[in-house]
Ligand binder design. Sequence first.
Ligand SMILES: Nc1ncnc2c1ncn2[C@@H]1O[C@H](COP(=O)(O)OP(=O)(O)OP(=O)(O)O)[C@@H](O)[C@H]1O
Length: 353
Amino acid sequence: MAEPLVVFDNVVKRFGTFEAVKRMNFEIREGEFLAFMGPSGCGKTTTLRMLAGLEQPTEGDIRLAGKSLVDVKPHERDTPMVWQSLALFPFLNARENVEFGLKMRGLDKPTRRKKALDWLERMGIGEFAERDVNALSGGQRQRVALARALVTEPKILLLDEPLSALDAHLVIRMQGVLTKLQRELGITFVYVTHSQSEAFAMADRVVIMSKGEIAQIGSARDIYRTPASRFVAEFVGRNNIFAGSVNAAGNVETAAGTFTLDGKAKPGEQVSFVVAADVVSLSTTRPTATNSFTAQLISEEFVGSMVTLFFEAPGGTEVKVQVQERLLEGIPREAGETLWLSFDPSHAHVLKG
Ligand SMILES: Nc1ncnc2c1ncn2[C@@H]1O[C@H](COP(=O)(O)OP(=O)(O)OP(=O)(O)O)[C@@H](O)[C@H]1O
């Protein structure tokens, strides 16, 4: 198999004695959309800066298309990589900002102009082409910055929170625009975001970082359904976490109830396991399902047609249930209501560590 486009090989980054990135090993495939997520200060930007050549690793090697990047200046590389930055040139208008990179590459004026206008149009801000960038809103500036980065059609595009200044409805639209462009142009996107919905909606694979280390790398589905650790399960947030001891029959005795995990837990063990919020079923009467328990409805939250119901189960266990609102017909939704919750053992994922 061909060498992946990017390889991080035992990369460590220290600032003085502080280890911002601890021995990272991962690969990025050509044309992949890879998103980095993690709590503030976990090393996402430092990782991106090393890839961009703005920071040198203290140890290890980064290879781009099979060649070591260490000690190669960004402009000496043969794989074009662009850092999408919000820092626009204040003395140029929107179109001129987008044209700038093309001018540096020696394109003639009419071609530059046409490409720039085309990209501003694609970003939905064609009408502001001649406007001074200081007279644009934060979200409009962010889209000029995206157009400026994409117009040069780099092989790799590095994006650090590119949609953070946009309104919710625009974020959704721009997510669609970006993923479509990424696929069409075959550009490899390396994307840092605080937004889980953004990472999960757009990326082929998501890297969850914690304290300078990769906590998990995988598809949104892998990370959501089979989190590698309690940290990932809690970070993802849409999971219910149960903990307890396994009795002689192999069932887990938790504060919320005693549950069977289909042999995934050994008698005598202390285990934690997760059940995703969207696989918990609700009913008003005791279900025939194996793992059922009662819980009291505390509150609910809507996102589009999905509703998340927050429950408190015995022992103060918080349980979330995510369901399409139309499937809740006949289920009483007053706070304080006691309902039956259940889940199938096949949906329980035992956590390691
Ligand atoms: N130049 C530097 N000198 C010293 N420490 C630094 C430097 N750059 C980053 N750090 C530290 O390294 C750690 C990782 O920083 P980084 O910016 O990569 O985090 P991040 O995950 O991108 O955070 P955020 O989500 O808040 O942007 C932080 O604790 C930060 O304070």
